[in-house]
Design a protein around this ligand. Structure first.
Ligand code: IPM
Ligand code: MN
Length: 348
């Protein structure tokens, strides 16, 4: 009996999470996997009502869960940073979810804006370091608001944090067919931090002689992701670059509506979410594609060791996408969020 925490949070989060849970229920029933969900009311509305972001008591309960399923964070009436840092980043850091796993996979039947590229060309995974780098929150400001203002924002890279991320990526590459790992960085400019990455990567690589290694600067990687996405199998990169390139990745795999991810602590509690944001202007309109959230639920079950359930969800998603019944997956597709969820559930 798995205990799954559900944090629908803001904007369209609750709508897509409802569809993910709908599909999860059918898939788990079919494969006789039992779970219970505990829903937590956190997000912008609670913050505006009570001033609370993520109470310690909630954090303590989340530590005891088997997994966390999250919708989206961000509210138009709350200044940027409060909910992002207070909920999403707090969970990633506190639960030490040091891997952000983001598959970039074009399913058959899904349109990509890349001319002449198809599902055989776009199938890679980004392993984003998820607890350090420019996200670490190191920095400050003096003389704020004056012409003499000084602001610093420091990237923190630890050898331990880099190495465990790189090692996870090598292990993942070893499980895939192509067995190739590309380090994406900016070592030509970030000559301290990304020098650490370069050395950690090279040293760990010696333990994995069967994995082909490659390197690309992040700017060039953006070019290759568009020009030759088939060159990538697994990418490992720092927190900020991983954030940026996975939005590009989402576009080439068919849009934000299909891109799912997992915040993984291989030894602890992991959290699964669509990588899109809360899209406030579409809240309550029933127009957002829930496929990313549904796939995130599949990744969660796969991670929990319920391979059959994970596979069932993934193949139902693949069939739904191939059926053409989901339109162009955009908010203008004419397909309702709930209809898309019903379709996937019916295909389990
Ligand atoms: C993501 C998001 C978050 C991030 C934001 C909401 C803090 O963009 O999960 O990619 O930057 O990591
Ligand atoms: Mn992002």
């Amino acid at each position: 009996m798995y205990k799954i925490a559900v944090l629908p949070c803001d904007g369209v989060g609750p709508e897509v999470v409802a569809e993910g849970l709908k599909v999860l229920q059918v898939a788990c029933d079919k494969h006789e996997v039992q779970y219970e969900t505990v829903e937590y009311d956190v997000g912008g509305d609670r913050y505006l009502r009570t001033g609370e972001v993520l109470p310690d008591s909630v954090m303590d309960e989340l530590r005891e869960m088997d997994a966390i399923y999250l919708g989206a964070v961000g509210h138009p009436d709350v200044p940027p940073g409060i909910l992002e840092k207070g909920i999403l980043l707090a969970l990633r850091f506190e639960l030490d979810q040091y891997i952000n796993l983001r598959p970039v996979k074009l399913y058959p039947g899904v349109d990509t804006p890349l001319k002449d590229k198809g599902p055989e060309d776009i199938d890679f995974v980004v392993v984003r370091e998820n607890t350090e780098g420019l996200y670490a929150g190191a920095g400050g400001a003096v003389r704020k608001g004056t012409p003499h203002e000084v602001a610093t924002q420091t990237a923190i890279y630890t050898r331990m944090g880099t190495e465990r991320c790189v090692r996870y990526a090598f292990e993942l590459a070893g499980e895939r067919e192509q067995k190739k790992l590309t380090l994406v960085d900016k070592a030509n400019v970030l000559t301290y931090g990304h020098d650490l990455w370069t050395r950690a990567f090279a040293e760990v690589a010696e333990e994995y002689p069967d994995i082909e290694t490659d390197h690309a600067y992040v700017d060039a990687s953006c070019m290759w992701m568009v020009k030759n996405p088939e060159w990538f199998d697994v990418i490992v990169t720092c927190n900020l670059f991983g954030d940026i390139i996975t939005d590009l990745g989402a576009m080439i795999q068919g849009g934000m509506g299909v891109a799912a991810g997992g915040n993984i602590n291989p030894e602890g509690v992991s959290m699964f979410e669509p990588i899109h944001g809360s899209a406030p202007k579409y809240t309550g309109k029933n127009v957002i594609c829930p496929i990313a959230a549904i796939s995130a639920a599949g990744m969660m079950m796969e991670h929990l060791g319920e391979k059959e359930v994970g596979k069932a969800i993934d193949s139902a998603v693949a069939q739904a996408l191939a059926s053409g019944k989901l339109g162009d997956l955009s908010t203008r597709s004419g397909v309702k969020t709930t209809e898309a969820g019903d379709l996937v559930a019916s295909l389990i």
